[in-house]
Each structure stands twice: as structure tokens, then as C-alpha cells.
Design a protein around this ligand. Sequence first.
Ligand SMILES: Nc1ncnc2c1ncn2[C@@H]1O[C@@H]2COP(=O)(O)O[C@H]2[C@H]1O
Length: 180
Amino acid sequence: MKPTKRSLRDLQELEDLVPKQARIDETGWTGVNERTFIAVKPDGVQRKLVGEIVRRFEKRGFKLVALKLVKASEELLSEHYWELRNKPFYSTLISYMSSGPVVAMVWQGLDVVQTARKMLGETNPADSLPGTIRGAFCVEVGKNVIHGSDSVESAQKEISLWFRQSELHRWESSSKNWIY
Ligand SMILES: Nc1ncnc2c1ncn2[C@@H]1O[C@@H]2COP(=O)(O)O[C@H]2[C@H]1O
């Protein structure tokens, strides 16, 4: 039977009922299918760095799997930054991250988690090499313009937290054979 608009919406609603943990395995790919979560933070969006950041990931050879402009709720941010909840800068971090829209993305490719971290630079921009994103575009740890998952495991959790399965796109890149 051809699915109607209504039945597609029903499927979406059903998917939202599936516990997030159950979806982690589906994003836990390896090799050329490894994925990472990248977010251009509110200062990066305000400072018009989105295009430059997307350009760097595209030019490196990674594949864009998902992208959206989102105003993160405090609930989402408290899950995302759960491990930092006792840090003295935690409340400043939550208000900074909820101060404006964030561009949330998923990028895919060989060793993308580790390579993306190198492209981003160090958490503190002062320690970041000039060619990195933070080394080129920011100066202060509290406004460091971009987030990238620090491990494959964190990437799986963060992708599941920020995206629905239906927002992660499968597509064939025509330049794949020139990259791998
Ligand atoms: N000393 C600090 N003061 C303020 N913010 C910090 C400090 N250390 C880390 N952070 C923020 O906490 C964030 C944790 O995730 P990120 O590595 O993306 O970026 C980090 C900074 O935005």
C-alpha cells in the first residue's frame, strides 16, 4: 500500500516514542561510515562562521549527513553537558549555549571524530594552532565557536540526542572514489 502523508507522520511519531538509547547502535558506524556531531555555537552563528566551517569539512572530504539550525532547550543542553554539571562555569555555559540558534551537524568519513577534533583545535583557543577553526576565529574558552564530539562513543550519544533517525540522510557522494 502506498504510504499516505498521514501514515508517514504516524511513523515519525512512533519513532519519537522509541527510547533514545535504542537508537544509538544505528548511528554507531565505523570505518568510512564513522560519524561525528559538530555544532556551530551561538557565537559562531552570530559571527557568520557557518559557511566557512561547512566549507572546511566539505573540502576535507567528509560527507554531510544532517544539518539544522536549532535553538537548544536547557533540557537538551543539560543532557549534552551532563558530565560538566559540577564545573564552576556550568551555568554560564548553559546560558551561552541557549542564547541563540546553534547549527547542529553530523559529518561522516574515515576517522572523522579524531580528524574533526584536530580541525577544531584545542578547547581553549589560546592553545589552538592558527590553522584550526578555533585558532583562526576565536580567543576565549567561554566563546569557542564550535563543538565536536571527543570520541566515537560520545558522537553516538550526541547524534542520538540532537537528531531523530529520520533526519540522518543516506546518500551516495559522487566524489567518493576520489577521496577513498
Ligand atoms: N574554563 C572554562 N570556562 C568557560 N567555559 C569553558 C571552560 N572550559 C570549558 N568550557 C566550555 O565547556 C565546553 C565543553 O564543550 P566544548 O569542548 O565544546 O567547549 C567547552 C567550552 O565552551
